[in-house]
Design a protein around this ligand. Structure first.
Ligand code: FES
Length: 209
C-alpha cells in the first residue's frame, strides 16, 4: 500500500523538503561567492596614502638583519649586502644577478598578488603572504608565486653626518635601487610613500636553484 504523505499545515512534506534544500543551496552559493570576493578584492588599494615619513637612523636594521617594520608608513626598512656573509641566508645573490645588491631600501607592505598584508617570517627568513603563499627575499624579490612581481618600493633619502645626502636611484627596469651607505653614518632619513615604484617581474628565485 502506498505510504500517505505527511502533511505540514499549509504545505506538503515534499514541498517543505524542497524549500529546505533550495535554501541550503542558496546559502552555500552565497558563502562561496562571499569567500571568492574576499580573496579577489585587494585589501588595500594603491595610492590610498602618501607622504614623507621621517625615520630615526636607529631604525635602520643591521646588514642583512631581519627587516624593521614601520607600521604608520606601511613599509619595511631593509639594509642589504649580497657580499657580506652576515645573514646571507636572508640576502643571497641569485645566479641571474650580476651586480652586488647593497644599501638601504623601503619596501611597501602590501603583497603584489591581491593586496594582502604579508609578514616577515624569522623561521624561514622570508617575507610570506598568508593569503595564497607568495614568498619574497629580504629585498622584496619574488621567490614563489602567485605574486606576479617583486614587492614595490618607496624612495629613500639618507642624510649623512658628513653633510652629504643621497636618494634612491632607479635601475634599468624602473625599480628603486637601495641607497648605499659606503661607510657613512646616517644622521636622518626620509621615506617618501608618495613615490611608489612597482616591483619587477624577474625569474622566480625558486626556479633558479
Ligand atoms: S595576496 Fe595572494 S599571495 Fe599575497
Amino acid at each position: 500500500m502506498a505510504a500517505t504523505e505527511t502533511q505540514v499545515p499549509g504545505i506538503s512534506r515534499r514541498e517543505f523538503l524542497y524549500y529546505i534544500w533550495t535554501a541550503s543551496i542558496a546559502l552555500y552559493l552565497a558563502e562561496f561567492t562571499g569567500l571568492a570576493l574576499w580573496f579577489a578584492i585587494p585589501r588595500i588599494r594603491d595610492g590610498e596614502f602618501g607622504g614623507v615619513f621621517n625615520v630615526l637612523p636607529d631604525k635602520i636594521p643591521g646588514v642583512n638583519e631581519p627587516p624593521v617594520d614601520n607600521a604608520e608608513g606601511r613599509f619595511w626598512l631593509v639594509n642589504l649586502d649580497t657580499t657580506d656573509p652576515t645573514g646571507i641566508e636572508r640576502m643571497y645573490q641569485a645566479s641571474d644577478e650580476l651586480g652586488e645588491i647593497t644599501g638601504v631600501a623601503a619596501i611597501y607592505k602590501v603583497c603584489t598578488h591581491l593586496g594582502c598584508i604579508y609578514k616577515w617570517n624569522d623561521a624561514s627568513n622570508r617575507f610570506e603572504c598568508p593569503c595564497h603563499g607568495s614568498k619574497y627575499r629580504l629585498d622584496g624579490r619574488r621567490i614563489q608565486s602567485p605574486a606576479p612581481r617583486s614587492l614595490d618600493r618607496f624612495s629613500v633619502t639618507l642624510n649623512f653626518t658628513d653633510g652629504t645626502s643621497e636618494s634612491s636611484g632607479t635601475d634599468e627596469l624602473g625599480q628603486f635601487l637601495p641607497v648605499q651607505l659606503n661607510g657613512r653614518t646616517v644622521e636622518s632619513m626620509q621615506v617618501d610613500t608618495g613615490s611608489q615604484k612597482k616591483g619587477v617581474e624577474l625569474t622566480l628565485l625558486q626556479d633558479l636553484v
